[in-house]
Design a binder for this molecule. Structure first.
Ligand code: NAP
Length: 255
C-alpha cells in the first residue's frame, strides 16, 4: 500500500535531533523523499543514514536557518535535487536562556528570535516562492504551547518567538490559501527530547512535576509529534490551514 506521503519531497529543519529527526524518519516510512537539514552536520548525516538504512530516500543539506543566504541555498539545492518542494517542516529552534523577564540579555533575546522567528520567516519566504512556481505545497511550522499561552518560567524570548511563529503561520495561510499552499503550526507540549534535557537537566523531580502539570500525566515523545506532522503534510489534511495543532497531552485545553 502506498504511504501517506508517497514520493512527496519534504524538507525538515532541525532534523538532526528530537522532533525533527523523528519527523524525518516518519516521513521516510510514509514514502517521502526527505531533505534532512540541521545546523549540526554530523547529526544531519546521522538522520540521513538512518533513513537510508531503513530503505528510504534522504539527502543531508546542513544549514543555519538564521542565515538568509544559507536558507536560500537550502531551498535552491532541494529543488535542484528533486525538481520541487511539496512540504516543509520548519522545526529548528532553541530554548535560549532561562532568566527573569527584566534581566533577560539583549544578545540572548536576539539569538532566540533570529533562529526561532526570523529563521522560520526566511524558510517560509523561499519555500513559498518555490511553491507558487509549482502551484502549491504544504508548510508545517513548529510553534509550541508557548506560542499560544504565556508560560511564566523565564523563557520570555522563547515564548514571544513562538507566538511570532503563530503570526507568520496565520498571515501566510491567509495570503496563499487560494494558491494551493496550506500553512499550519504544530504546537508540542512537554516532549522528551534533548531540548527538555537542557531545560530541566534530567532532574527527576522537575521531570515528574512537569508530567503532573500535564492532563495526561506524562511527557510526550518526539514520535507522537512526528505522526501528527505526517498527517498535517498529507493530502488527508487538505482543508486544514492557518491552524495551531496542539500535541500536548491536553495542556493548552485546560488554560
Ligand atoms: P532539539 O532536540 O534540540 O532539536 C532542535 C534541533 O534544531 C537541533 O538539532 C539543533 O541543532 C537544531 N538547530 C538549532 N539551531 C539551529 C539553526 N540555527 N539552524 C538549523 N538548525 C538548528 O529540540 P526539539 O525538542 O526536538 O525541538 C524541535 C522544535 O520543537 C523546536 O522548534 C522547539 O522549540 C519545539 N518544541 C519543543 C518542545 C519540547 O518539549 N521538546 C515543546 C514545544 C516546542 P544544535 O543542537 O546543533 O543547535
Amino acid at each position: 500500500m502506498p504511504g501517506y506521503l508517497e514520493d512527496k519531497v519534504i524538507l525538515i529543519t532541525g532534523a538532526g535531533s528530537g522532533i525533527g529527526r523523528a519527523t524525518a524518519l516518519a516521513c521516510a516510512r510514509e514514502g517521502a523523499r526527505v531533505v534532512v537539514s540541521d545546523l549540526n552536520r554530523e547529526w544531519s548525516a546521522e538522520t540521513t543514514e538512518q533513513i537510508l538504512a531503513g530503505g528510504g530516500t534522504a539527502h543531508s543539506l546542513p544549514a543555519d536557518v538564521a542565515d538568509m543566504d544559507q536558507v536560500e541555498a537550502l531551498i535552491r539545492d532541494t529543488v535542484k535535487l528533486h525538481g520541487r518542494l511539496d512540504c516543509a517542516h520548519n522545526n529548528a529552534g532553541i530554548e535560549g536562556e532561562t532568566t527573569p523577564f527584566h534581566d533577560y540579555s539583549e544578545e540572548g533575546f536576539d539569538r532566540v528570535t533570529a533562529i526561532n522567528l526570523t529563521g522560520v520567516w526566511y524558510c517560509m519566504k523561499f519555500q513559498i516562492r518555490q511553491m507558487l512556481r509549482q502551484g502549491g505545497g504544504v508548510i508545517v511550522n513548529t510553534s509550541s504551547g508557548s506560542g499560544l499561552i504565556g508560560t511564566g518560567n523565564g523563557v520570555s524570548a522563547y515564548n514571544a518567538s513562538k507566538h511570532g511563529v503563530m503570526g507568520l503561520t496565520r498571515a501566510a495561510a491567509m495570503e496563499y490559501a487560494q494558491e494551493g499552499i496550506r500553512v499550519n503550526a504544530v504546537c508540542p507540549g512537554a516532549i522528551d527530547t534533548p531540548m527538555a534535557d537542557r531545560l530541566l537537566g534530567r532532574d527527576p523531580e522537575k521531570m515528574a512535576a512537569t508530567a503532573m502539570r500535564t492532563p495526561s500525566r506524562r511527557w510526550g515523545t518526539a514520535e507522537e509529534v512526528a505522526e501528527v506532522v505526517v498527517w498535517m503534510c498529507s493530502d488527508a489534511a487538505s482543508y486544514l490551514t492557518g491552524q495551531p495543532v496542539c500535541v500536548d497531552g491536553g495542556s493548552v485545553a485546560g488554560r
